[in-house]
Write a protein that binds this ligand. Structure first.
Ligand SMILES: NC(=O)C1=CN([C@@H]2O[C@H](COP(=O)(O)OP(=O)(O)OC[C@H]3O[C@@H](n4cnc5c(N)ncnc54)[C@H](O)[C@@H]3O)[C@@H](O)[C@H]2O)C=CC1
Ligand SMILES: CC(C)[C@@H](O)CC[C@@H](C)[C@H]1CC[C@H]2[C@@H]3[C@H](O)CC4=CC(=O)CC[C@]4(C)[C@H]3CC[C@]12C
Length: 410
């Protein structure tokens, strides 16, 4: 998928029909053990602890779950490096176990800091990114972190001899596109005109392309770099700040949320624990399956139901006391567009004084209002992925988290 778009992600990132490289090699069938089974032939004992992993963005919403999942399910782990601009205090509690947990405060836009963190690592899981569709950061900053930061990670792997790189991409690399075309039950090979204008999807698309193109490059020592990109849809679960924002918005509105998007507009969502598990499993299988998995993209998926973004959120906010105002009172779309545009204007006017970044803006409204659902089993066929957490378990865990952090337990 060729991408244009200026250095800062301005203009449009125009992609031809977004198709991942055609699959090579036989589908692997069902020879994998149950999810969570350590990599085949791996004894779970101290003498196997020899691997060094680096997780960039390891203190973020997804990153923290990846860090904890690695500690639980990678028995070969000797050292786990957690690289982030903002280190979390919870890291301290992880330093009491058998694995050496190294907290590294650093910036992926600084090549030398990245190289120092990567040096000696066997695997890099690169989740660090600026996830901004609310206008908080400039397009230039989004590009610097998401694209230049990813370039720095790739070059650090090449220079220091790290062979395995797993990149957290996004569904937004594909869509929804600026024409509002629905992506209905699509997979990694579904043709779709991936045209973006917003800095965030542009930056993710450029970074993903760099990662996939780096597959096969010779790294220091003469062996080849093996890369892979995972495309989560909207992630939910413990630590999801947007979910908390919706909850607080509902409290401000007297326990009600107003339906802005028709229930017929469906989104795929995926539980953060399953996204973390897919990252760990890819990292474990990438060496043995380099020919099949190298340079590939995989959507992150599980059994979470297809629903509108707002109806899906109510699966968790409803049990916490909020209700979604009756659909017959659907807020007219023209009014929503007007409010979204006013929000964007206000953000621009107020920027010299304060940051005004509401959930509703023209971009988030367009994304929310466009069906984007994924139906695939490529990850299962290629490396035996099966969700670790059922929908019921994912839902319960998320509800308990909202209730715990918001004090809304019954
Ligand atoms: N949240 C979602 O629904 C989805 C997220 N993703 C991707 O998953 C990844 C993680 O996203 P979230 O956990 O949701 O975001 P997050 O904002 O919670 O975590 C990102 C982490 O990266 C760190 N970071 C940001 N700039 C950095 C820099 N310059 N140097 C070092 N660290 C830096 C942040 O401090 C933060 O801890 C991102 O790459 C995002 O694009 C993909 C699809 C969906
Ligand atoms: C105010 C209403 C219109 C409300 O429904 C707006 C919801 C809006 C904040 C979200 C709707 C779709 C979300 C995005 C989607 O899940 C895809 C994403 C992928 C990522 O890589 C990062 C997050 C996001 C852009 C996600 C952000 C929040 C929404 C736009």
């Amino acid at each position: 998928m060729g991408q244009e778009g200026g250095a800062s992600g301005r203009g449009r990132c125009v992609g031809r029909l977004a198709q991942a490289p055609r699959e090579e090699g036989p589908s692997s069938g069902g020879q994998f053990g149950h999810p969570g089974t350590v990599a085949a032939g791996m004894a779970d004992s101290a003498e196997t602890r020899k691997l060094v992993y680096l997780v960039t963005g390891g203190c973020g919403f997804l990153g923290e779950h990846v860090v904890r999942m690695l500690l639980q399910r990678e028995p070969r782990l000797y050292e786990l490096r957690v690289f982030d601009l903002h280190l979390g205090p919870w890291l301290e509690e992880l330093k009491t176990g058998p694995v050496q947990v190294t907290a590294i405060q650093g910036d992926v836009t600084q090549a030398h800091e990245v190289a120092a963190a990567v040096a000696g690592a066997h695997v890099v899981i690169h989740t660090a990114g600026l996830v901004d569709v609310f206008g908080r950061a400039s397009p230039e900053t989004i590009y610097e972190v998401n694209v230049q930061g990813t370039k720095n990670v790739i070059e650090a792997c090449v220079q220091t001899g790290t062979r395995f790189l797993v990149y957290t991409s996004s569904m937004e690399v594909v869509g929804p596109n600026i024409k509002g075309h629905p992506f209905y039950r699509g997979n990694e090979d579904t043709p779709y005109e991936a045209i973006h204008r917003h800095p965030y999807p542009c930056s993710k698309a450029q970074a993903e392309r760099l990662v996939l193109e780096a597959n096969g490059r010779k790294v220091h020592g003469g062996l080849s770099l093996v890369t892979c990109a995972l495309r989560p849809t909207g992630i939910y679960g413990e630590g999801h700040q947007i979910m908390r924002d919706f909850y607080h918005q509902g409290l401000r509105l007297g326990g009600r949320l107003f339906r802005a998007i028709p229930a017929s507009v469906e989104h795929s969502r995926v539980y953060v624990g399953n996204v973390a598990w897919m990252h760990v499993l890819v990292a474990q299988e990438l060496e043995q399956r380099a020919a099949l998995m190298g340079g590939q993209v995989y959507f992150c998926y599980d059994e979470s139901p297809y629903k509108s973004y707002e109806d899906f959120n109510m699966e968790f906010l409803g049990p916490c006391g909020l209700r979604l105002v009756d659909t017959r009172l659907l807020v007219p779309y023209w009014l929503l567009m007007l409010l979204a545009t006013l929000n964007a204007l206000l953000q621009w006017l107020l920027r010299p004084l304060l940051l005004y970044a509401p959930l509703l803006n023209p971009y988030t409204l367009a994304v929310a209002n466009t069906t984007f659902t994924v139906s695939t089993n490529k990850a299962q066929r290629h490396f035996g992925y099966k969700p670790l957490f059922s929908w019921e378990d994912s839902r319960t865990r998320t509800i308990r988290w909202v209730q715990a952090v918001e004090g809304s337990a019954p």
